[in-house]
Design a protein. Structure first.
Length: 266
């Protein structure tokens, strides 16, 4: 596994450049009808055995021990950027905020392209997330609530459709490497190495067009090693993030509408 990470990692899990983000954006626009999206982000708990002398450090809210795989995924189910190994006891927001990935995002050094026109509006490039993350100008999440107006439901549908890429990527990873179906019996450093090697091999196979048939929400389930992160309260960047989200919403309900979207929210 060390050799996989050392030899294949610099090729198939390298630090993304602006050109990589631009390529992702082109794919999300063409395949998923979401312009200016450079990736879809989510985090999953990877089940592990109870580490020696760890106390509650890795014991999560679902009552098992875990580390977190936080990932940004591209339009073709490839992992673009990952953070592996945060303690399962942390909240999802804490995982992202404390990770090198989150630090790069907050400092503006992630390398996302500059704003680009979406319809008639100049909008930032964004990462698509869910309710577990905070709304920010470069980090989109769905409108909250159940009884939303039609235009917001359309936005949520369009975003959810594009975000299937990250759910499906976790699903492919879990289905392909059956070690993720049970708690991994190894010390934490070795578990991190196993997860990184699996992600690298996943990207290698994707690059060779070795895809798997998957359900719309991915083949993973509650009995496998991957578990969803918990939600957190919204904090930070709400006003400007809300404005960006509203502009995407306006675009999806106007110039950027697609023929099937109204049927999808009935």
């Amino acid at each position: 596994m060390t050799e996989i990470c050392d030899k294949l990692g610099p090729i198939y899990l390298k630090k993304p450049t602006m050109e990589d983000w631009i390529k992702n954006e082109s794919g999300f626009n063409a395949k998923w009808n979401y312009p200016n999206a450079c990736g879809a982000m989510d985090g999953k708990h990877v089940r592990i055995r109870a580490p020696a002398f760890s106390g509650s450090n890795n014991y999560n809210y679902k009552n098992f021990y875990s580390i977190v795989l936080l990932a940004i995924v591209g339009p073709d189910y490839q992992f673009t950027a990952v953070d592996i190994g945060s303690s399962g006891s942390q909240s999802d927001g804490g995982v992202f905020a404390r990770s090198p990935l989150g630090a790069s995002f907050e400092s503006g050094t992630l390398g996302l392209p500059p704003p680009k026109a979406v319809g008639e509006k100049l909008l930032p490039h964004v990462i698509l997330s869910d309710d577990a993350f905070s709304l920010k100008p470069n980090l989109m999440k769905p409108y909250p609530g159940k009884f939303l107006p039609a235009n917001q439901r359309i936005f949520n549908y369009r975003m959810s459709r594009a975000r299937m890429t990250v759910e499906n990527s976790f699903g492919i990873l879990s289905a392909r490497w059956r070690i993720f179906h049970v708690p991994i019996q190894a010390d934490i450093e070795l578990v991190k190495l196993i997860v990184r090697a699996a992600v690298i091999l996943h990207n290698f196979l994707i690059s060779k067009n070795e895809m798997m048939e998957i359900a719309a929400d991915g083949p993973h389930n509650e009995n496998q090693a991957f578990q969803d992160l918990s939600q957190q309260e919204i904090s930070g960047g709400i006003l400007s993030g809300s404005q960006v989200r509203d502009e995407f919403c306006n675009f999806f309900n106007g110039e950027g509408s697609v023929s099937w979207q109204n049927m999808s929210i009935i």
